[in-house]
Design a protein around this ligand. Structure first.
Ligand SMILES: [Zn+2]
Ligand SMILES: [Zn+2]
Length: 274
């Protein structure tokens, strides 16, 4: 395995393990690069009155960054640590998000749509929001947010691009054509923005039982020339790199032989053929 660019740790409240445990595990499993990319603190909802354990508190952010950079130094020569953030995209909060992104010397920032308004569509505690909703309409809203996120130019990598499928809510079979059109429009916005996209293997362990994105979107993304990264989205050091061999195999099968890597928000490529 070459790289794992999507990881979390205990500061976010719903992951276990210290940052260093992830880095050590990365050395153990032979990663050449590990990207630390914990969740951005909550901005648009009050952490005191929202679901608990969503993200690190705002005042932890400087300590997170400092610890990441000290690990990057300490493990130099053993593994390349990259310092990242899984930044949310929240429509209407672009200025506040940009301020957080610009405050620190990140190696990369992932842009993920978790929130449609105050609903975190990736949170298993909030699936009741699907009740009584037109599924296709939710997909429209979601992919519209993905396109807008890419267009902001704030992010280096778009995260789990089709995560809206996570809990298995999908438009009806006769709406497949429109679903595909929505997915493709989002991919075109990503391609146009020039940012990369991750193949997030964690979807295999979710109710949707597919990586994010699935094979069809991934094939389309490769055709559009979107650079790809790999991530396990580990929330436990023991899950670091989970399903990444499958993800790498899929990339190779689809003719993709390199993955994008970042330092100081500059992109380069690492060959998968080693
Ligand atoms: Zn998380
Ligand atoms: Zn995420």
């Amino acid at each position: 395995m070459r790289v794992d660019y999507h990881t979390h740790h205990e500061r976010c409240g719903h992951a276990v393990g210290k940052l260093e445990a992830y880095v050590q595990r990365g050395v153990e499993i032979g990663l050449s690069q590990i990207g630390l990319s914990d969740h951005m603190p909550l901005l648009h909802v009050d952490p005191a009155h929202y679901y608990p354990e969503m993200a690190m508190p705002m005042d932890e952010l400087p300590r997170y960054v400092e610890e990441c950079f000290s690990l990057k130094e300490r493990y130099r020569g053993q593994i390349d640590v990259r310092v990242g953030l899984e930044g949310d995209y929240i429509e209407g909060w672009e200025t506040e998000i940009r301020a957080i992104i610009e405050r620190y010397p990140w190696d990369y920032v992932i842009g993920s749509v978790h929130f449609l308004g105050e609903w975190d569509i990736t949170d298993f505690r909030q699936t009741h929001h699907w009740e009584g909703k037109d599924v296709l309409q939710v997909y429209r809203q979601y992919y519209d947010a993905v396109s807008k996120a890419a267009t902001t130019g704030m992010y280096d990598i778009m995260g789990h691009t089709d995560v809206i499928k996570r809990f298995g809510f999908a438009p009806a079979a006769e709406q497949t054509e429109e679903r595909i059109a929505l997915e493709n429009a989002a991919l075109q916005a990503i391609a146009k923005s020039g940012c990369a996209m991750e193949l997030n293997a964690s979807g295999l362990s979710k109710p949707c039982a597919e990586m994010f994105p699935g094979r069809r979107m991934l094939t389309e993304a490769i055709q559009l020339g979107i650079p790809l990264t790999l991530g396990s989205d580990a929330h436990d050091p023991l899950k670091l790199g989970d399903y990444l061999p499958e993800a790498e195999a899929l990339l190779r099968e689809l003719g993709c032989t390199e993955v994008a890597v970042f330092e100081g928000r500059q992109r380069s490529f690492l060959s998968l053929n080693v």
